[in-house]
Structure formats: structure tokens, C-alpha cells
Design a protein around this ligand. Structure first.
Ligand code: DAH
Length: 376
């Protein structure tokens, strides 16, 4: 018995009638399957909302095991007369699918691009992020303030090296080799331990006073300069000591400079710097490079001289060292000490900042905690 699906095709005589036997059933069902698939895929394509979904659908329809591919295989069951028509339909369907898949792909890609663009749009009307503005360090501010005051008095600003020769730091400043200020304990020497100090030794300057000598060596009087800068001492950091700190040196050398000029100059400075009716007091002291020498106090800027914790109930605050330039120093630079006299002073910048702003620990200036620094 032949199964119905494998009837021979062709024209047959059947009870005197010529009938055409074909796989009409197969053709019919293929046609309707083609129509069904067309409709189904159209519907599904509409629902596709991503490229991934599109790819999955593609595999399901047009892939090796896809629905259209199996339809194509079914063509083999058709007669040779039917095959071309139905085959054409299948081919057309394949082409139609390919077109609409490609269209859908373009559409999805465009949407994707648009969504991405939308997300990346810059709103140029949004306020910008404010950059953190820096400010001047309090030490810089104090130095600039002192410079401003002395420029007003006709002084010029001079500078010298922080890495200095022993000669300028000590020797030329009338500080002999066995002077305690040269102690290995408080000077950063670039010299082998135990060796005798020599003028050509290199060290970190322990004060700004060597600038006096460097300027006088190169310049004839009159000289009116201040020299701000860093100084170094071999000190262990504590609330009042830092191995690096700042000083401002002052030097006035001219004919007829007197101790009175020194005091008047310092009074002007104290009033400009600390305001009001500041009084200045000079106490006898010793420095190798000045003679006579003095320690200079200003009436307490907190209690105005009445006595408080800051001035330790003395009413006075020590702010600098000063004196008349020792003739030995002037001779070291070849000045005629019969004609020329001068005064000099040196102040610690951190000390002034601490007094002025009530800062109790010098280390705060160099720890660089912005919360501290931005207060000034
Ligand atoms: N150089 C001294 C120091 O560091 C300060 C000083 C005192 C400077 C007296 C001077 C001066 O010019 O005349 O302690």
C-alpha cells in the first residue's frame, strides 16, 4: 500500500475520467503555512524591542533550524510542476523577511543611538563646579605685610641663598669658630662630623643675617634693605621650634645712622604691623654682629600692656633682635667705619604670626591642614 503522501503524480485514467493526481494536500498546507509564517513573523517583528531579540527571532525563522528553512525542506515533497510556484513563494517570503529584518535592525540601531545621545547630552546651562581657590599662606601674608611697611620707608627687598657658606653665616658676622652658635647641635652642616669649622664649609643658613654681608659686599652705602627668607636649625619640632622657619632681616647702613634711628624705625614698624598705640622697648642683649645689641619688645597686642596670659603678665612681647652693626662686620666688607654706621634687625615670621593670631603651635604652619590655613 502506498501511503497517501507518496502517490505518484501525473494524469491517470480513473473510471474513464482523466484525473490529475497531485500532492494537492501538501501544496495547500505549504501555502497556508507560508501565509501563517508571514503573518506570525510580521507580528513578532513588531514586538521586538532590542537587537538581541531580533537576533533570536532571526535564528528562529531564518536560521539553520528555523521555520522558513524547514518550509524550504518541505518543498521536496511537491511535484515538479508545483515546486516552482511554491518555491518562488518561499523565496519571496525569505526576501521579504530579510528586508523587514534589516529594516527593523536599522530602526533599533537608530533608537539605540538616539537614547545614547540623549543620555550624553551636555546641559551647558548647568552651573559649573567651582574650582577650589587657593589662598596665600599666613607666613607669606606676614612677609608681604612687612615688605609693604618697609617699602613705604624706602627699603628694598634683597635675597640670599638658603644653602650658605660658613663664612657668610658666621665668620663675616663676627662669629668666631668656637662660638656656641656654630654648634653641631643647632646647625645643619654639610661637613663631616668632628671636623673643625672652616670658612668654606657649606651649611643651611641659621638666620637671614648673611644676606647683610652679601649685599654690603656688592653695594656701597647707603643701603636700606630687608631680606625675608627661610632659615634652618637642628631643632626637634615642638610648639615653639621648627627646623625650618622664616626670618626677615633688616639693614640700614649710611652716614650718621644712630640707635635713635633704629628705635624710631621699629616703632613705625610696630604700629603699622600691630596697629594702634604700640610702644617699643629695647632691652640690652648680645649678638656677635651688633654692638650694642638689643632684644626688642612691643607692648602686648592682646592686653595692650595691662598683662595677660600671652605676655605672661609682663605687658610686653618680644618680637625681634636688633642693634648697631658691629664695626668688625663693616670692616669685613671694606667699609670705612669712621664714616659709615648702620643698624640691623632680625625677626621671626612665625613668631609674629603666632602673636598676631594667637596661634599656640608653630608646627601648625607646616602641617598644611587646610582647615587651619584657610582661617587666615
Ligand atoms: N640673626 C639673629 C637670629 O637669628 C637675629 C638678629 C639679631 C638679626 C640682631 C639682626 C640683629 O640683624 O641685628 O637670632
Amino acid at each position: 500500500m502506498k501511503s497517501p503522501s507518496s502517490f505518484d503524480e501525473g494524469d491517470f485514467d480513473f473510471c474513464g475520467n482523466n484525473i490529475r493526481v497531485s500532492h494537492l494536500g501538501v501544496e495547500m498546507s505549504l501555502r497556508s503555512e507560508i501565509a501563517k509564517l508571514r503573518k506570525e513573523v510580521r507580528g513578532e517583528l513588531k514586538k521586538v524591542s532590542s537587537l538581541e531579540e531580533l537576533d533570536t527571532l532571526w535564528v528562529r525563522v531564518l536560521g539553520r533550524k528555523g521555520k522558513l528553512t524547514s518550509l524550504t525542506r518541505e518543498l521536496g515533497r511537491l511535484s515538479s510542476t508545483e515546486r516552482p510556484t511554491v518555491g518562488k513563494m518561499v523565496n519571496e517570503l525569505r526576501q521579504a523577511f530579510e528586508t523587514s529584518f534589516a529594516e527593523k535592525r536599522r530602526e533599533l540601531e537608530r533608537e539605540l543611538r538616539e537614547r545614547k545621545l540623549e543620555k550624553e547630552t551636555l546641559d551647558i546651562t548647568l552651573p559649573g563646579k567651582l574650582p577650589q581657590l587657593g589662598g596665600k599662606h599666613l607666613i607669606t601674608q606676614i612677609i608681604e605685610e612687612v615688605i609693604r611697611i618697609f617699602i613705604g620707608l624706602g627699603y628694598q627687598v634683597a635675597e640670599g641663598p638658603e644653602v650658605e657658606l660658613d663664612y657668610y653665616n658666621f665668620e663675616a658676622l663676627n662669629t668666631p669658630p668656637d662660638h656656641p652658635a656654630r654648634s653641631l647641635q643647632d646647625t645643619f652642616y654639610i661637613r663631616r662630623k668632628g671636623e673643625r669649622p672652616m670658612a668654606e664649609d657649606v651649611l643651611l643658613r641659621t638666620h637671614t643675617s648673611p644676606v647683610q654681608v652679601r649685599v654690603m659686599e656688592k653695594t656701597k652705602p647707603p643701603i636700606y634693605i630687608i631680606a625675608p627668607g627661610r632659615a634652618y636649625r637642628h631643632d626637634v619640632p615642638d610648639p615653639t621650634h621648627s627646623p625650618m622657619f622664616h626670618q626677615i632681616e633688616g639693614l640700614a647702613v649710611d652716614r650718621n645712622i644712630t640707635f635713635g634711628d633704629l628705635k624710631g624705625t621699629l616703632e613705625v614698624f610696630a604700629r603699622e604691623m600691630f596697629g594702634g598705640e604700640r610702644k617699643v622697648r629695647l632691652r640690652p642683649h648680645f649678638f656677635p654682629f651688633t654692638e650694642p645689641s638689643a632684644e626688642v619688645d612691643v607692648s602686648c597686642i592682646i592686653c595692650d600692656g595691662k598683662g595677660c596670659r600671652v605676655c605672661k603678665y609682663s605687658g610686653w612681647l618680644e618680637i625681634l633682635g636688633a642693634g648697631m652693626v658691629d664695626p668688625n662686620v663693616l670692616e669685613n666688607v671694606g667699609y670705612d667705619t669712621e664714616e659709615i654706621t648702620g643698624f640691623a634687625f632680625g625677626m621671626g615670621v612665625e613668631r609674629i604670626a603666632m602673636l598676631k593670631y594667637g596661634v599656640s603651635d608653630i608646627r601648625l604652619f607646616f602641617e598644611n591642614d587646610v582647615r587651619f590655613l584657610k582661617q587666615f
